[in-house]
Write a protein that binds this ligand. Structure first.
Ligand code: NDP
Length: 401
């Protein structure tokens, strides 16, 4: 019996729960809790219609540690899968410790009043999870998540050492809106407007947001502008694979997205400090989120593909080689299967796989773990069999930039 409790009924939670229900031999019981119960009920109805599996639904404010602990004690899962927002990570980890249950998420903790994400807060739980004999797996989405598994797979099968690693995240989808984000707008805009950082010879190099741009021709998408950004897996990869000299993260953005974002920033709409409006405090970015399309609503209209992968250069038997490993995911296929577009799909499927690794005892341990600490092979097999097949090819040489 492996019963899981998923917290968060957004696009990612929806995909993960659908995919868990499609694997009811692994997930013998599924409970879904979120702030708005009606969203859980809508997902449960879709799951029932598509798979016949019943999902139990609950209302929870996951920032309330006592209430979350009580819910875990009532549901009695073996694992809590946190697919709410990064702000909830530490509270849900505390509830898991109080209830004596394992934990998994897809995004690292971020304080709500500071756009700063780093692993230090969650790594600080290492001793507590270890002492409790529990496991916490951090970041089992696509990036972070699969991108780290890709790196460890290349390190295991294709290269003896990795010298440079570039993660390339391309969303070639078109949702037909002037401006919308494909996952939670508040989290997305905080991430994109933060200064870029990459890792070089043991140091972090910081550059202003969205100032370093390259063009790359993505298979099945075409040439796209991609921008150097900071992303959380850079920190865990630099920590767990210290041999790597340079790690960079690139994400594609269209010109219209950049223009809209620049205007919104210039007029102060992306601020996360409170302003007084009609005698009431509001956070401009939270207000902006309220007027932007809900990512989940973009599913029916989004066409095109995502292409996300790693390019690694290193030595094999003393000879320098470069490999490119990537997944291509079609927005319309993802929508047909789960009712969600590919950005939610490429995160929700790895969330299901990470949970499967834990509840089946394939990945085990006591303490707090990142993805690159485990054998990549069983995870890579599940990607191939559950909707995110990957390809690997050798390139003629390292990236020219
Ligand atoms: P959404 O905003 O669509 O969904 C978040 C859900 O969490 C909503 O249902 C929301 O409830 C719920 N929630 C928020 N606060 C609380 C709370 N205090 N208690 C209970 N539930 C709460 O986001 P996504 O589904 O797009 O993303 C989910 C997570 O996945 C995020 O952490 C995001 O950063 C991460 N992610 C990771 C990626 C990766 O590749 N690793 C890529 C994309 C996303 P309500 O509906 O009431 O607002």
């Amino acid at each position: 019996m492996a019963k899981v409790l998923v917290i968060g009924a957004g696009g990612v939670g929806s995909v993960a729960v659908h995919k868990m229900a499609m694997n009811s031999d692994i997930f013998t019981g599924i409970a879904l809790a979120s702030r708005t119960k009606s969203k859980c009920d809508a997902i449960a109805a879709s799951v029932k219609e598509r798979t016949g599996v019943t999902v139990d639904t609950y209302q929870i404010d996951a920032d309330d540690v006592a209430a979350t602990t009580a819910l875990i004690n009532e549901v009695k899962p073996v694992l809590v899968v946190n697919l709410a927002l990064p702000y909830q990570d530490l509270n849900i980890m505390d509830a898991c410790l109080a209830a004596g249950v394992n934990y998994m998420d897809t995004a690292n903790y971020e304080p709500i009043d500071e756009a700063k994400f780093e692993y230090s807060w969650q790594w600080a739980y290492q001793d507590k999870f270890k002492a409790a004999g529990l496991m916490a797996l951090l970041g089992s989405g696509f990036d972070p998540g699969v991108t780290s598994v890709f790196a460890t797979w290349l390190r295991k099968h294709k290269l003896d050492t990795i010298r440079t690693l570039d993660i390339l995240d391309c969303n070639g989808g078109d949702h037909g809106q002037h401006f919308a984000t494909n996952f939670n707008p508040e989290i997305n805009i905080r991430e994109v407007t933060a200064p870029a950082r990459h890792y070089l010879n043991g140091e972090w190099v910081e550059t202003p947001a969205l100032t370093i741009r390259q063009q790359f021709d993505f298979e099945e998408v075409g040439p796209k502008n991609m921008y150097l950004m900071y992303h959380e897996e850079l920190e865990s990869l630099a920590h767990h694979l210290p041999e790597i000299e340079r790690i960079r993260f690139w994400m594609t953005f269209g010109d219209a997205y950049i223009t809209h974002l620049t205007v919104l920033q210039n007029v102060g709409m992306t601020r996360i400090d409170p302003v007084i409006y009609e005698g009431k405090e509001i956070i401009p970015l939270q207000f902006l989120k309220a007027v932007l399309p809900e990512p989940a609503s973009l599913g029916p209209t989004t066409k095109g593909k995502t292409n996300i992968g790693d390019i690694a250069t290193g030595l094999k038997d003393g000879v320098e080689k470069t490999f490119y490993i990537y997944n291509i995911c079609d927005h319309e296929d993802a929508y047909r299967e789960t009712g969600n577009q590919a950005v939610s799909y490429t995160t929700g499927v790895p969330a299901m796989i990470g949970a499967a690794m834990m509840v089946q005892g394939v990945w085990t341990g006591e303490g707090v773990f990142n993805m690159e600490q485990f054998d990549p092979d069983p995870y890579m097999d599940m990607l191939n069999n559950h909707g995110l097949p990957w390809q690997v090819k050798e390139l003629a040489g390292p990236l020219a930039f």
